[in-house]
Write a protein that binds this ligand. Structure first.
Ligand code: TXA
Ligand code: MG
Length: 462
């Protein structure tokens, strides 16, 4: 399939598989200083072609990193960087992260360009504060803010007018070799269409950007699943601007970063008493369907109640505000489970909570076969009003809704890994609403998971 590009060009988007073995390594003597391409040119042949495109055209290239798929362009050329904003439909006041393959490349960006075209520096231009982080987390899911020298080698569009630029050395050998072959730092945002969840497979990128780019390098699903942590160490105390693959606790363990503070807002800082106004946040990471996020303190399935009965207090542990409009018109309800919710998240309303003599209908779910299911953690079922066990029940059995449930597991690592993919899968199955079980945002990449969910959600229950 192809589509018209805003410039009028029409692209046929190709997914190019790349084997994830023998793609290069850091130079043994100098480690992060220098990334070295493999001798076997065969393994990097598909990367060579993509790198050629990056050097010569203004059409960005989709590529995998360990966090999410990125959309790369030569960070030193304006036309090439503008190609990213065009393909994504991204507002141009949001700066892009610069991806470098080694410290040599980074130093080259930090040294001011001399008028004779030469660069020169005597002191290390990488600020001291970042060394403990670089040694510990690079290559990896961490982006650091650095002063952008004047004049700068970076195209002005990359930094959106800011005096700093964000730099990251990704962990994926595929990404590192692509940068090395391009010979220039690559500006790359996540490769989703603006406002959509970030892509963690090549197919996700194709779904969003088909016809808008030529090549998507396919290195398989991303390991981490949420984006890099963005930090600013140029101010005191240092600040986390976006939670991500490296946690605030991990940062606090590094010299000079003990006092690092949270510099982002996602509603969690307001505390549970403060009302949260949906719609005040800017739309991000959002599937088409409305997302209802349950903060970790609520466990709707712990003591399920009758759907359709008056909502009880949240202390009961009920699903407090199931949109009753959806029931009875056979809506498709998506459920994303993590640590505590039961199967079907309490929608099945098992008989054990029924009061003797209570005439309220009880709901149950019948799982049904999903032969084309290629998504192992996904199950589908039908929600019925009425009990299958009580044939003499004084009410008819009624098909209330279809349920599509994805269970991400209880490990934070697995939840981060599967989150965006789950939201996209439910979207493609045209669900009307998605109920998500949140997790406590402590440790690991849990803060990143909850940050993305709070931004995706239009309703937050707590
Ligand atoms: O894991 C990642 O970081 C992925 C992969 C592809 O590397 N990239 C990514 O890029 O998430 P993007 O463009 O979707 O997000 C970049 C984030 C934004 O929140 C942006 O505002 C911030 O980094 N950022 C970039 N440069 C900045 C700067 N100079 N000052 C403050 N924030 C900056
Ligand atoms: Mg993004």
């Amino acid at each position: 399939m192809s589509a018209a590009h805003p410039t009028g060009a029409v692209f046929k988007t190709r997914i190019v598989p790349v084997r994830n073995t023998n793609l290069g390594a850091f130079d043994e003597a100098t480690k992060l200083e220098k990334w070295v391409l493999p001798r076997d040119q065969g393994t990097i042949q598909p990367l060579r072609q993509a790198a050629e495109l990056l050097k010569t055209s203004s059409i960005p290239v989709g590529f995998p990193t360990e966090t999410v798929y990125g959309l790369a362009a030569d960070a030193t050329r304006s036309d090439s960087v503008k190609g990213i904003y065009k393909a994504k439909g991204r507002p141009s006041d949001n700066p892009l992260i610069i991806h470098i393959c080694d410290l040599n490349m980074l130093r080259d960006l930090l040294a001011p360009t001399k008028t004779n075209g030469q660069t020169a520096y005597t002191l290390d231009p990488i600020p001291q504060i970042y060394w403990p982080l670089i040694m510990k987390f690079w290559p990896g899911p961490l982006t650091i803010l650095l002063p952008n020298p004047r004049p700068s080698k970076l195209a002005p569009e990359v930094t959106a007018g800011l005096p700093t630029f964000g730099a990251r050395m990704p962990q994926s050998p595929l990404a590192l070799s692509l940068i090395k072959l391009a010979g220039v730092p690559l500006a790359a945002p996540s490769a989703n269409a603006s406002t959509k969840p970030s892509p963690t497979t090549a197919e996700h990128v194709l779904y969003d950007l088909n016809g808008r780019i030529e090549v998507i390098l396919d290195g398989g699903p991303c390991l981490v699943g949420v984006e890099s942590t963005v930090v600013d160490g140029l101010c005191n105390p240092p600040v986390v601007l976006r939670p991500g693959g490296v946690s605030i606790d991990q940062l606090r363990g590094c010299e000079g970063w003990e006092g690092v503070v949270k510099g982002y807002k996602d509603g969690s800082e307001l505390g549970s008493a403060a009302p949260r106004a949906p719609g005040m946040k800017y739309k991000h990471y959002s599937p088409k369907a409305k997302v209802v996020l349950f903060e970790a303190t609520l466990h709707p399935a712990a003591k399920p109640g009758a759907l359709g009965a008056a909502p009880r207090s949240t202390d009961d542990g009920l699903v407090p505000h199931v949109d009753l409009e959806l029931l009875g018109r056979r809506a498709k309800i998506g459920i994303v489970r993590t640590r505590h919710w039961d199967q079907w998240a309490g929608f099945h309303n098992p008989h054990d909570n029924q009061v003797p003599g209570d005439q309220r209908p009880i709901n149950h779910v019948t799982p049904h076969d999903n032969p084309r299911n290629t998504y192992p953690q996904l199950r589908v079922g039908r929600l019925w009003e009425g009990s299958p066990r009580k044939s003499s029940a004084p009410y008819n059995v009624r098909h209330l809704a279809d349920l599509i449930e994805i269970s991400l597991g209880s490990e934070t690592k697995d939840i981060a890994h599967g989150l965006f993919s789950a939201l996209r899968e439910l979207d493609q199955r045209d669900v009307d609403i998605i109920y998500v079980e949140g997790i406590k945002d402590e440790g690991d990449s849990a803060a990143a998971v909850m940050n993305r969910l709070r931004k995706a959600a239009s309703i937050i229950e707590e």
